[in-house]
Design a binder for this molecule. Sequence first.
Ligand code: ADP
Ligand code: ADP
Length: 223
Amino acid sequence: MLNLNNVTHTYPNGTRALDGVTMSIGKGLFGLLGPNGAGKSSLMRAIATLQTPTSGDIRFGDIDVLAEPERLRAVLGYLPQEFGVYPRVSAYELLDYMASLKGIVSAADRRGTVETLLVQTNLWNVRTKAVAGFSGGMKRRFGIAQALIGNPKLIIVDEPTAGLDPEERNRFHNLLVEIGEQVTILLSTHIVDDIADLCPRMAVLANGRIQLEGAPDDLIARS
Ligand code: ADP
Ligand code: ADP
């Protein structure tokens, strides 16, 4: 269970990006919907320990996230909207390298991890191809593969279907649903359909505040 209590973030220029966010997120897919500027990225960065909020409390299970960021990082998978660079190395080599960065020291362990993830994300057949040449959907699935290294318990996905065609979007959705059976996934998006199709629970963020929280069917019917 991820619990946020009265999380506030004010940037040095005085912008209050988060204004007392309180919510609880259990296992499965949870959607955070909000327009540009709502505070979604600020909230994701706070949960991912990339930015310390001005005040408030964040807990994940028995982890006090603000006091023990390294414990949270050990169980976190983060899928940013875009990767900066796609080197011309193969999907296999890149995952193997990322697994070593995550502290999987033994080559045999890395091999098991990487092979499992390539199969799970349906990239096995292209494992020797350069990630730089992948389609948008393949890159998103590769992103999920790297986010899953080390069996995270909490996965944060920023703008999940940006730049995907309908078929790629469906495959990506199916993969998220499968993964959501095991772990907590927080999806941040400004696209209602991403959440309506996928998430049993959602919240609407605007002006740094949670405006609504509940099941998408109920919330979308009301708006
Ligand atoms: P979203 O991800 O929903 O678009 P953000 O968290 O990026 O929202 O932004 C929330 C508010 O905080 C916006 O008004 C934005 O302009 C502002 N903001 C974001 N980052 C910074 C920053 N580094 N410094 C000052 N203001 C920022
Ligand atoms: P599947 O194995 O189910 O066909 P993939 O994600 O492996 O799905 O491939 C998706 C599509 O991209 C396939 O049509 C495949 O031929 C094509 N493809 C394979 N390798 C590459 C590559 N390196 N760059 C771009 N497209 C590729």
